[in-house]
Design a protein around this ligand. Structure first.
Ligand code: SF4
Length: 346
């Protein structure tokens, strides 16, 4: 099976690329042309001139590649069932209704900010309402920009990234409102609130606990704990560092040999780092796996690549192409561009 992917890929040459997320199975990562977190993959895909992008990741990532792809490029996902439960916790339509309710109750203009881990309809909603996208590495910068302009922010879908960002910026709890998925509001007075947080979550990161940290600190007194900001607020507070997938990778890569790291993020990524950086001791806080990422397998990758080859040869059907409706593209791209402008200007 491995030979099949390699053989087809060699025949297709630079007409095809395979991007893969860090949380993918080893067999998929081994076939990847480039590897990264959701932000890096979107940037790298926007730069490739390959006609076919066969995406090793979940659906919102493939959708992001399709959003930025040229008219001569096609994006495929080997399994369209590979979704992200967190990205599915809010829709553009649902957000619009909540946004209108919040705007009617808040004294300030509210800017919608959506995490990269979201579908195109959410990005388009933000683009159409003066809002933007953010990533786990630039969330603080993006949120601060709007708070500094005396605006309030509606942050979605990940509550934990939102509250950890608010803490980073020193926003007190009495200025934060939680917006439950049933529409109820909890916390601050909405008229004066600075941040409205949707209560979505990533089950892979929400699973880490303070006990996981205590256990590792007891068994390894010199350990340094580093976690992703999608983890619970208390877990981030009890850790030594928190940051994006890229930040975690670079921090561990650059650490001195012999150092000991307890890491709170997806298990396959942690296990791969433990193999790569064998001069350090790397221990997962616990084995938490993203099963949606596991849906992309070598077998399905082979089927996708074979469909590209048959499409080129005799117009056979492309299997699981990913497209973004034209009606969403303009506003979704506007939201992405605004993020880039804010980050580059600072
Ligand atoms: S790790 Fe969490 S945020 Fe990432 S794809 Fe899986 S469920 Fe979604």
């Amino acid at each position: 099976m491995n030979d099949d992917v390699v053989t087809i890929k060699n025949r297709l040459g630079n007409r095809v690329v395979i991007p893969a997320h860090h949380y993918e199975l080893d067999e998929v990562v081994d076939m990847a042309d480039f590897l990264g977190d959701s932000y890096k993959l979107a940037v790298d895909c926007s730069k490739t001139r390959a006609e076919y992008i066969v995406f090793g990741g979940v659906s919102f990532m493939a959708e992001g590649a399709a959003l930025l792809a040229g008219s001569d490029q096609k994006v495929l996902i080997p399994d369209p069932q590979a979704g992200c439960p967190m990205a599915q916790m809010i829709t553009g339509e649902g957000a619009k209704a909540v946004y209108e309710t919040l705007s009617a109750r808040c004294d300030r203009q509210i800017i919608p900010i959506v995490y990269m881990n979201s579908h195109a309809d959410m990005k388009a909603f933000c683009g159409a309402h003066d809002g933007t996208v953010c990533t786990s590495s630039n969330a603080s910068k993006i949120v601060k920009r709007f708070l500094d302009e005396d605006k309030s922010v509606f942050f979605s879908p990940d509550f934990n990234l939102g509250i950890n960002t608010a803490n980073d910026l020193g926003i007190p709890g009495h200025e934060v409102v939680t917006v439950r998925r049933d529409g109820t509001l909890e916390g601050a007075d909405p008229s004066s609130a600075r941040i409205f947080l949707w209560d979505g979550f990533c089950h892979v990161h929400k699973t880490f606990t303070l006990d996981d940290i205590s256990r590792l600190r007891s068994s390894h007194p010199d350990i340094q704990i580093i976690v992703h900001p999608e983890c619970e607020e208390a877990v981030v507070t009890a850790s030594d560092y928190a940051g994006s997938t890229a930040m975690i990778y670079n921090t561990v890569k650059d650490a001195a040999p012999g150092t000991v790291w307890g890491i709170g993020t997806e298990y396959r990524f942690v296990a791969r780092m433990a193999n790569t950086f064998s001069d350090k001791t790397i221990i997962p806080l616990r084995e938490s796996i993203c099963h949606d990422m596991s849906r992309i397998t070598l077998e399905k990758l082979t089927v996708s690549l074979a469909s590209v080859e048959s499409f080129i040869k005799d117009k056979g059907p492309l299997i699981h192409p990913v497209t973004v409706p034209e009606s969403l593209k303009k506003d979704a791209k506007k939201a992405l561009q605004r993020m880039i402008d804010i980050v580059e200007a600072s």
